[in-house]
Design a protein around this ligand. Structure first.
Ligand code: CA
Ligand code: CA
Length: 93
């Protein structure tokens, strides 16, 4: 889990890589909605399961990659059959 303000409303949001079949495969962003005091859940990947059973999301790092003032996400995946780590990005548009 990592924290950041992904929609620029100055309320802290968070992002998780959730587990499925003991591996972390689904990235969810929880945006805090100040009007309802609750979180709105966003799945950046569609369909919900971004990766197959051989791939695990091992780390998530919120960062503004393109310096536009909006928080983006770097996440690292591990693919077990090829034994490789990959750095991936989710950039807000
Ligand atoms: Ca926010
Ligand atoms: Ca950005």
């Amino acid at each position: 889990m990592a924290y950041g303000d992904f929609n620029g409303d100055k309320a802290v949001d968070f992002v998780t890589a959730t587990s499925s079949n003991s591996n972390s495969k689904v990235i969810k962003i929880y945006l805090f909605d100040k009007s309802t005091d609750d979180f709105l859940v966003i799945y950046p990947c569609n369909p919900v399961h971004c990766y197959g059973s051989d791939t695990t999301i091992v780390n998530i790092i919120p960062v503004d990659i393109n310096y536009d003032g909006m928080q983006d996400i770097i996440y690292i995946t591990y693919e077990s059959t090829s034994n490789t780590y990959t750095v991936n990005t989710l950039i807000q548009t």
